[in-house]
Design a protein around this ligand. Structure first.
Ligand SMILES: *Cc1c(COP(=O)(O)O)cnc(C)c1O
Length: 500
């Protein structure tokens, strides 16, 4: 075949006939279905040994020639199913990672199949409308004013950063986008222990991490609001420029929620933007018995939420909500001559590239939109509520179990530890030993693959931490994980003492 014929009858290495596509699609869906059907029987954890992981991947250079798609997918599936930390396992309580809701998984395939570019309205009219609607639904679910704006993004870090940049622009005006913040001496206030997105944000924006003021917290991790007020006043008196207060809508370690209404008063007094980091907790605002702080989310100028946490969306999906949608256009808008994407001003359409950092954008909203439709408000209220009640049941079981000590239970996070008989937490030595023992319990249980918890360090003391954002978890699962930790503690304690 000469070049002209080859071009005339082009068959690309990436193209695929309809029947082959159906076949590999069905095969993959069947594998995932089987994987979920027996996920409970699988070890939660694979372990973190790089050699083991590379053994499954197989070290090889870029293949010169292609391979059979069915075989490639089968190999990829087997390696991934065997070699992953299974956050969809009913006894996975680590970090804050949810298993993926099935409809979300299938909708990812659909989103990729149509492949709208959700950067510009004309490139994705229906998809962009669905994203606008998805953001409104998230606002409705959490009691945030639906007249505001927002967008989907990669996760909590990015969602928080978008709020941060909106605050920066709102505080310092359009000039900050051309002249930067040199000479302005900006200051940000956040509770001690705020997630590292804030360090990245002040670093990347040139404000510098020295200009984050960490406000002291109570033992329950909530911000001391009187201290916040005092620190702001002190900075103002010294010629610095406070512009942003970050409050917690559920901390990573213990699920603490700040008193948002009290923090709002301080922000109003000093004229500051209030951003709530609700990456984990904000969805719990839908519960009738939500912590009071979450009932006041609407007082925040911006809120970050993570649908890949408590909406159980497959990674990735974050979401930023802002009370004044113009704030995002002001912070991120540019209108280059190569995009003639503008219709008449209205709330009915949006070029998402103008309201965030990304230009080309995938259709992350579809999975969240489908999940919100499948469960409805009632379905989410029930499921999030059940996660909370399972955490409370777990806390009660910790309270009843011998030698187990409960530290806290907030939202769906339980912090606890094993304290062996005869060891006093009153002495430095005793506390030291209990810290080491619980670190060992964590390592041992994570390696064992029967259940998975992570840890929290609260005022230099080490705790085991279970976070339940897991629609597959049942009562027996939380009970079994408590017993796993207790029995492991008992055994490790005996070993450690035998050695000394
Ligand atoms: C998870 C979390 C983050 C980070 O979110 P990612 O989705 O991992 O980027 C930030 N803040 C809080 C409170 C979180 O729980």
């Amino acid at each position: 075949m000469n070049e002209a014929e080859a071009l005339a009858q082009r068959v690309s290495a990436l193209d695929m006939d309809t029947e082959t596509f159906r076949k590999i699609g069905h095969e993959t869906v069947d594998r995932i279905a089987d994987f979920w059907a027996d996920v409970r029987q699988r070890p939660v954890n694979y372990g973190d040994d790089p050699e083991q992981a590379w053994g499954l991947v197989g070290r090889r250079g870029l293949p010169e020639t292609g391979d059979d798609p069915s075989r490639i997918l089968e190999e990829a599936f087997s390696s991934l199913a065997a070699g992953s930390l299974l956050n969809g396992h009913p006894k996975f309580f680590g970090y804050i990672t949810a298993g993926a809701a099935p409809i979300g998984v299938v909708s990812e395939l659909l989103a990729a199949g149509i492949n709208p570019n959700c950067g510009g309205w004309p490139l994705s009219p229906v998809a962009s409308a669905m994203e606008i609607q998805c953001v409104q639904w998230i606002a409705e679910l959490t009691g945030y004013p639906a007249i505001g704006g927002g967008l989907l993004c990669s996760g909590g870090n990015m969602a928080n950063m978008l709020g941060f940049w909106a605050a920066r622009r709102a505080a310092f005006g359009a000039e900050v986008r051309t002249g930067g913040t040199s000479g302005l001496r900006p200051r940000v206030y956040a509770p001690t222990g705020t997630h590292t997105w804030l360090q990245k944000a002040v670093d990347l924006s040139g404000i510098g991490s020295e200009n984050v003021v960490y406000v002291p917290t109570e033992r329950d991790e909530t911000m001391k609001v009187a201290e916040l007020d005092r620190l702001i006043s002190e900075d103002k008196a010294n010629g610095l420029t406070p512009f942003l207060v970050v409050a917690s809508g559920g901390t990573v370690s213990t699920g603490a929620v700040d008193d948002i209404s009290a923090v709002r008063k301080v922000c109003d007094k000093h004229g500051l933007w209030l951003h709530v980091d609700g990456a984990y907790g904000a969805f719990a605002a839908c519960l009738p018995d939500a912590p009071t702080g979450l009932k006041h989310l609407a007082l925040a100028d911006s809120v970050a939420l993570d649908p890949h946490k408590w909406l159980y969306a497959p990674l990735e999906a974050g979401c930023t909500l802002v009370r004044n949608k113009q704030a995002l256009y002001d912070a991120f808008g540019y209108r280059p001559p190569y995009y003639e994407f503008h219709l008449e001003d209205s709330d009915d359409w949006c070029n998402f590239y103008e309201v965030g950092v990304q230009n080309s954008r995938g259709f992350k909203a579809l999975k969240v939109w489908c999940q919100l439709r499948q469960a409805g408000r009632a379905g989410y209220v029930e499921s999030i509520g059940q996660d909370v009640r399972l955490a409370q049941a777990m806390a009660r079981r910790v309270g009843e179990a011998p030698n187990m000590q409960l530290e806290s239970c907030r939202l769906s996070i339980v912090c606890f530890r094993y304290v062996p008989p005869g060891v006093s937490l009153e002495t430095e030595e005793g506390r030291e030993y209990v810290n080491r023992l619980n670190q060992a319990i964590l390592a041992e249980t994570q390696n064992g693959g029967e259940g998975f918890v992570s840890n929290a360090v609260i005022q230099s003391e080490y705790f085991l931490r279970a976070c339940i954002v897991n629609f597959r978890t049942r009562l027996s699962d939380v009970h079994e994980v408590v017993e796993l930790c207790r029995a492991t503690g008992e055994r490790l304690d005996a070993n450690l003492r035998a050695r000394t």
